[in-house]
Write a protein that binds this ligand. Structure first.
Ligand SMILES: *[C@@H]1O[C@H](CO)[C@@H](O)[C@H](O)[C@H]1NC(C)=O
Ligand SMILES: *[C@@H]1O[C@H](CO)[C@@H](O)[C@H](O)[C@H]1NC(C)=O
Ligand SMILES: *[C@@H]1O[C@H](CO)[C@@H](O)[C@H](O)[C@H]1NC(C)=O
Ligand SMILES: *[C@@H]1O[C@H](CO)[C@@H](O)[C@H](O)[C@H]1NC(C)=O
Length: 304
């Protein structure tokens, strides 16, 4: 009798505790190309809005912090996003922070502490370099082009895409809804010939610049680790290039991608030690500025 009673009593509490509806996701900052006082690092606001619109709050990850600081932050957040940009993936504050958080995430997931990681564009390339330990990039002609995804047979049954509506998958595979802003790519042939990459990541889509086929979307086999060489966040939020897609399907895709990743973060239960610590960490402590025109972003958060 007793164990049954305990089950009945505990089950509803347990299932409500299985989802964290107050997820906080960290976004990596990176060096400003031409720093000025108080503006040495930045985060494009579109990454922040992308996550916020799907129900997450954001904390910035400052570059060049100590491993102790990063460990404390890791224990407080529910996921991490490595954004696009132009930092070095071989040696930079961005690279060192990404290396710390990717390793911490893998270790946590191995212990059953579900912790999701997302890499976009440079973030995708950073993950590929960290996983392979090799210079695996090839030059491609993809620095400003929207493309349809060439889905692999794995895409329909992937964690990332399996709950996307059929008509959105159809649009993604036939219309140029995914924006590419990269001069380097992981060629499919390089990916296939690298054991570390092939065993770690499942390829969900590829693309080509007409000469070189490259990997455009991945999810890790064993961990909630995801990457897109393209930019899910730009479609509703960035306007400065004629090739940014803004159609209803393009914008819908952005929301589905964000919802997927934020739902992954809802499976993590890390917490800040106190409400004050949480308040002090949130990106709401900074205000984005409307960026000057040579800049490709509309709004940018700058850090000292
Ligand atoms: C940098 O920020 C600090 C604190 O917000 C401010 O007091 C200082 O005037 C700023 N310096 C510059 C050069 O803008
Ligand atoms: C690069 O791709 C663009 C289309 O995205 C095309 O117009 C251009 O001719 C290509 N350049 C080269 C060198 O292939
Ligand atoms: C899609 O990928 C497959 C497998 O690599 C390839 O055979 C096919 O030509 C690609 N299609 C397009 C439109 O790129
Ligand atoms: C994925 O599912 C859609 C809709 O059910 C189908 O049209 C498409 O052929 C499938 N694609 C693959 C690669 O299995």
């Amino acid at each position: 009798m007793f164990p049954l009673f305990v089950c009945l009593l505990v089950l509803p509490l347990y299932s409500s505790a299985e989802r964290n509806d107050r997820p906080i996701i960290a976004v990596l900052s990176q060096d400003v190309f031409a720093p000025i006082p108080n503006r040495t690092a930045y985060i494009a606001a579109s990454y922040v809005k992308f996550l916020e619109a799907a129900g997450a709050r954001v904390v910035p990850v400052r570059i060049n912090q100590s491993p102790e600081d990063y460990q404390a932050l890791f224990s407080s957040i529910n996921g991490v996003l490595f954004p696009g940009g132009a930092a070095s993936i071989y040696s930079s504050g961005y690279q060192r922070a990404a290396q710390f958080f990717l390793a911490a995430a893998i270790e946590a997931n191995k212990r059953g502490d579900y912790f999701p990681v997302w890499g976009t564009c440079l973030g995708f390339e950073q993950m590929m370099y960290l996983t392979s330990g090799k210079q695996i990039l090839s030059r491609t002609n993809t620095s400003g082009v929207a493309l349809p995804l060439n889905f692999t047979n794995e895409a329909n049954v992937s964690r990332m895409f399996k709950s996307f509506p059929d008509e959105l998958m159809e649009a993604l595979s036939s219309e140029p809804l995914t924006e590419n802003s990269h001069m380097w790519s992981v060629a499919t042939s390089t990916f296939i010939s690298n054991d570390e990459l092939r065993k770690f990541y499942k390829v969900l889509s590829t693309n080509t610049d007409g000469r070189t086929e490259f990997v455009s979307t991945v999810e890790a086999y064993d961990y909630p680790i995801y990457g897109t060489q393209w930019h899910p966040e730009k479609n509703p939020l960035e306007w400065r290039k004629s090739y940014y897609p803004h159609s209803p399907s393009a914008v819908r895709m952005t929301f589905y991608m964000a919802q997927f990743f934020v739902n992954e973060a809802r499976k993590n239960f890390h917490k800040f030690a106190s409400e004050d610590e949480e308040r002090n960490a949130l990106i709401y402590n900074s205000s984005p500025v409307y960026a000057d025109t040579p800049n490709m972003f509309e709004q940018i958060y700058y850090f000292e």
